[in-house]
Design a protein around this ligand. Structure first.
Ligand SMILES: Cc1cc2nc3c(=O)[nH]c(=O)nc-3n(C[C@H](O)[C@H](O)[C@H](O)COP(=O)(O)OP(=O)(O)OC[C@H]3O[C@@H](n4cnc5c(N)ncnc54)[C@H](O)[C@@H]3O)c2cc1C
Length: 304
């Protein structure tokens, strides 16, 4: 089912249907703050009041024309100005295919550096999300080149990929801030662990590799086992609670979010917004059968 949903998340035919369907729009709102920056800012204010930092993500991926890529870059620059004006405790997450990576690596590099230069000047930070494995090396290369010029950029490492420990060593040597997650895309067994227990075991190994580095990293997971392993490791190794942050997605495990903040851990919530929510929504359905069942139950006409 996970494989099927991840395949459907790339469907250009299903996307318009889902995005105009009342039920899917309603269910998607559980995971997406809304369609406008205003919606995201409102969600950010509420989460900041609740003691959580945020990362704003303007949804969009695999942009196929230069005008579209430049429009996203302009929007991200303006977003940093809005964050500063509103004094939000917020940074930004973006995807390189949103900045034209499918069109030209040079264009993507130029647009990313423009955004990162602006963010760095404001003392803020750009997180380059990690997409499917076809993009891994290019994402690392582009992030490294931007990081060589400006401090305010880091990327994401996925524990389901076999290559990740090597990538982490490479990026730590440059002082790069990392977000560690399990990985959300459909990957073949040639590049990624097919079994969840191997992905989880590698997550714990990689968490132990990044946290002692003295660089500020994000531990992104809703999995209590990953969170407990992290708490235990930082306790045993006297890593301060201000030396790293947990990260979770908007609308997921809010009980656990509250618990972590109550226990004094730093927590950042990833807030997606925008009209292009279909692939993001499908990845969230794929992660948890209960989400799919909830969606399907809502699709069926109600009988009383
Ligand atoms: C802040 C953040 C940023 C991310 N950025 C990226 C990225 O750049 N690239 C990338 O490939 N992936 C990214 N991901 C997604 C990540 O790779 C996983 O797909 C996702 O977090 C689910 O993995 P998990 O660690 O929560 O553990 P899982 O083992 O998948 O889930 C553990 C438990 O968490 C809860 N849970 C997990 N997902 C859901 C859900 N969708 N709905 C409801 N409950 C859920 C359930 O209780 C589940 O039992 C990000 C995740 C987070 C939190």
């Amino acid at each position: 089912m996970r494989t099927l949903l991840l395949k459907l998340s790339e469907s250009k035919r299903l996307a318009p249907f889902m995005m105009h369907n009342g039920v899917s729009r309603r269910v998607a709102r559980r995971f997406v703050a809304g369609e406008t920056l205003e919606d995201a800012v409102e969600a950010a204010r509420a989460l900041n009041r609740a003691g959580r930092s945020v990362s704003l993500d303007w949804l969009g991926e695999n942009v196929s024309d230069e005008t579209g890529a430049r429009r996203f870059a302009d929007g991200y620059v303006a977003m940093f100005d809005r964050i500063a004006r509103e004094k939000l405790d917020a940074n930004v997450s973006l995807k390189l295919t949103q900045l034209g990576l499918d069109l030209s690596e040079d264009l993507c590099q130029e647009l990313l550096e423009r955004i990162v230069e602006h963010a760095t000047a404001q003392g803020n930070f750009v997180r380059v999300d990690m997409e499917g494995s076809a993009y891994t090396q290019r994402t690392i290369n582009i992030t490294k080149r931007a990081r060589a010029k400006y401090k305010g950029v880091g990327t994401v490492m996925q524990s389901y990929l076999y290559r990740t420990a090597n990538d982490i060593r490479d990026l730590l040597a440059l002082g790069c801030r990392l977000r560690l997650c399990k990985g959300a895309y459909k990957e073949p067994p040639e590049v990624a662990f097919p079994e969840k227990h191997d992905v989880d075991a590698n997550y714990v190994t990689l968490m132990k590799l990044i946290l002692p580095s003295g660089i500020y990293h994000g531990i992104a997971s809703h999995d209590p086992a990953m969170i407990d392993a992290t708490k235990q490791f930082v306790g045993e190794n006297k890593i301060g609670l201000d030396q790293f942050e947990f990260q979770m997605l908007y609308g997921i495990r809010t009980d656990l979010q509250e618990q972590l903040v109550g226990q004094g851990y730093r927590l950042r919530i990833y807030i997606p917004f925008g009209t292009d929510w279909f692939p993001y929504f499908m990845r969230r359905l794929a992660e948890r059968p209960a989400n799919l069942m909830f969606f399907l139950r809502n699709l069926l006409p109600r009988s009383n």
